[in-house]
Design a protein around this ligand. Structure first.
Ligand SMILES: Nc1ncnc2c1ncn2[C@@H]1O[C@H](COP(=O)(O)OP(=O)(O)OP(=O)(O)O)[C@@H](O)[C@H]1O
Length: 377
């Protein structure tokens, strides 16, 4: 596994009219930043401001929700460091939904420039539900991971979704009027070409995730559990099928055509695939305890971070939003151990892992109604 990469970090942040922060200037620690306080004091808002700086938008709120109530604009500014490069980033938000991005005082409208410069990984309680919930979270996990390290995968996925949407629209029309049934073939061929690439990319990538997750999961469970991941495709069942994927795909689309026209929906393709997670030979979704499911999700998420680290040869900034309270103390400690050589922001209502923290470079911020005191411990 990738052990040491260059550290990327943000050294200070300045907020004006952002959520419940009127005016805030804060120096940040290079490593562990703990944001502690009661509910509704501003912990998540501070963490969210780092995300907005890095991406140009929030992961959960629109501009109107980010701007302090009663105000029309908001600004977030911070300095990011990596290797020998320092970048000053400023984002201004205007109601209802205008965003301006400034990098080293130069205006740019491209969020992709931020994406290329600043690497950040958000970890939220939703990630811990990845095993227990439906396949869409697992598909999203692998798609996001692939997109993070290979942006062309995002374009492939977008093209597939567009063709699928058009094919589904045609299916709905064919239910009442089948005079254009011949045009279906055009969409089918595009769907097959794009869908095949998605399936092959996912299967190959999962092999990589598999080996890294296996090592992490074994560490998290003190060698008690072995985890294995399998891509479940409704088109290819084994390696032999992969050789003839196009003809199998075409055949299945044809077999399902009547039913698909009835439903107005394409029932075959990577948009309904899944990832099966096996722990010690049982299916974690069906038979895993809640703790086992969470640990498996944690292993998957940590493997994502490892893969990003080795790909960009840099330790991305990690945001842990409300994740600690979902984990027992042993797992909280493992998480800190895992991230201690990255810059990490952790929100929590109380610190159960304080003794453990003694060994690490950290700063604890006490947050109370949008004001922050730096706790010297
Ligand atoms: N646009 C806004 N303007 C002013 N205050 C806001 C705005 N949006 C949210 N708030 C308030 O900011 C406060 C802090 O919210 P935040 O989500 O940061 O809390 P938190 O400390 O993370 O709490 P929890 O532990 O419950 O998750 C809340 O009281 C929230 O209602």
């Amino acid at each position: 596994m990738h052990e040491k990469g260059e550290l990327m970090f943000v050294s200070n942040i300045k907020l004006s009219n952002f959520r419940n922060y009127n005016d805030l200037e804060l120096n940040l620690n290079k490593n562990i930043n703990i944001l502690v306080g009661d509910n509704a004091q501003g912990k998540t808002s501070l963490l969210e401001s780092v995300y907005v700086l890095a991406r140009g938008n929030s992961y959960k709120n629109s501009n109107s929700e980010l701007i302090l109530w009663g105000k029309e604009t908001s600004a977030i500014e911070g300095t990011f460091h990596k290797k020998n490069i320092d970048d000053n980033i400023k984002i201004t938000l205007n109601k209802p939904n205008k965003t301006n991005i400034y990098i080293n005082n130069k205006k740019t409208n491209k969020k992709s420039t931020l994406l290329e410069k600043i690497h950040i990984v958000l970890f939220s309680p939703e990630d811990l539900k990845m095993i227990k919930e439906g396949p869409d979270l697992r598909r999203r996990f692998i798609d996001n991971e692939l997109n993070n390290i290979r942006p062309s995968y995002g374009k492939l996925l977008k093209d597939y979704t567009r063709v699928l949407y058009q094919r589904n629209n045609l299916l709905k029309v064919l239910r009442y009027d089948n005079k254009n049934i011949n045009t279906l073939e055009i969409w089918d061929e595009q769907l097959i070409a794009l869908g095949k690439k998605i399936i092959i990319s996912r299967i190959n990538f999962l092999k990589k995730v598999n080996s890294i997750t296996k090592i992490i999961h074994s560490k998290l469970t003190n060698d008690q559990e072995e985890i294995k991941l399998f891509y479940i495709s409704n088109i290819v069942k084994n390696n032999d099928d992969l050789e003839k994927i196009e003809s199998i795909y075409r055949n299945l689309l044809n077999i399902n055509i009547k039913e698909d026209i009835q439903k107005g929906y394409t029932s075959i393709g990577p948009h309904i695939d899944d990832i099966r997670v096996i722990i010690n030979d049982f299916d974690a979704k069906l038979y895993g305890s809640q703790g086992q499911q969470r640990t498996a999700a944690l292993s998957l998420k940590l493997s994502e971070i490892e893969i990003i680290k080795s790909h960009i040869e840099e330790n991305p900034i990690i945001l842990l939003d409300d994740v600690m309270s979902e984990l027992d103390s042993k797992r909280q400690e493992k998480i800190i151990e895992f991230f201690h050589d990255s810059q990490v922001f952790i929100t929590c209502t109380e610190i159960n892992f304080e003794n453990f923290l003694q060994n690490f470079n950290k700063k604890i911020y006490n947050i109370e109604r949008g004001t922050i005191t730096d706790m010297k411990r």
